[in-house]
Ligand binder design. Structure first.
Ligand code: AP5
Ligand code: MG
Ligand code: ZN
Length: 213
């Protein structure tokens, strides 16, 4: 099963992708998480990506494509994957289609988690991310057991650098101009699923499971 998560920054792509990955036994591949891991380890890729991410801009397609095509060759991708944050531009979507077509494959579901911009700003300010394992919390909607500490690995929780209100506004602009057109792209491909992302997390997941079976 090959699944793509679509939706604005903060729509809940990561939250739902983790649950889908666990239930359907496919890897959760988040390009944002891969970049953040590279930044943390101060790799060359991380240094290049950080300059764009801190401004809320997209990392250039060429950097993203090399990385993701390489990731697909790993063993755990044999039965599919859930992609979170990729593709994000029409050229990325076309590159993915072409790569899959070459093996007689295609995307099975593009799940669009729909959340209006008004709700997003509020969500981002409350998000906390684990520096150790990447788990995501929300101080109001999904609080950790101990404030500031990850339930899963005990590491510190931080506010992401790009979750400051000004950067979030730019990420939303970038989303509307560069990523939203993918909704049409996958609708035309006949694989689009729209989910109301304003509901609580369990209800959002239940709606996704209804579609995936
Ligand atoms: P990325 O890491 O992908 O960030 P994003 O798309 O901006 O999305 P987020 O991770 O912020 O949000 P999410 O939808 O995963 O929401 P979450 O589940 O955490 O990308 C970061 C940057 O990397 C980009 O700006 C770009 O520079 C670069 N990049 C990455 N991929 C790229 C690509 N392919 N091409 C070019 N550049 C790329 O939820 C958010 C919060 O809300 C959490 O606190 C959560 O607990 C809470 N929440 C979730 N669901 C609910 C709910 N139903 N109700 C209430 N609260 C909820
Ligand atoms: Mg995410
Ligand atoms: Zn952790």
């Amino acid at each position: 099963m090959k699944i793509i998560m679509l939706g604005a920054p903060g729509a809940g792509k990561g939250t739902q992708a983790k649950r889908i990955a666990a239930k359907y036994n496919v890897p959760h591949i988040s390009t944002g998480d891969i970049f953040r891991a590279n930044i943390k380890n101060n790799t060359e890729l991380g240094q290049k990506a950080k300059a764009f991410m801190d401004k809320g801009e997209l990392v250039p397609d060429s950097l993203v494509l090399d990385l993701i095509m390489d990731r697909f060759t790993e063993d755990d991708c044999k039965n599919g994957y859930v992609l979170d944050g990729f593709p994000r531009t029409i050229p990325q979507a076309e590159a993915l289609s072409d790569a899959l077509k070459a093996n007689g494959e295609k995307v099975d579901f593009a799940i669009n988690i729909d959340v209006p911009d008004e709700n997003i700003i509020n969500r981002m300010g409350g998000r906390r991310a684990c520096v150790g394992c990447g788990a995501t919390y929300h101080i109001q909607f999904n609080a950790p057991k101990v404030e500031g500490v990850c339930d899963a690995c005990g590491e510190k929780l931080i506010l992401r650098d790009d979750d400051k209100p000004e950067t979030v506004k730019n990420r939303l602009n970038v989303y509307h101009t560069q990523t939203q057109p993918l909704i049409d792209f996958y609708e035309k491909a006949g694989v689009l699923v729209n989910i109301d992302g304003t509901q609580d997390m369990d209800k959002v997941f239940a709606d996704i499971v209804k579609v995936l079976g």
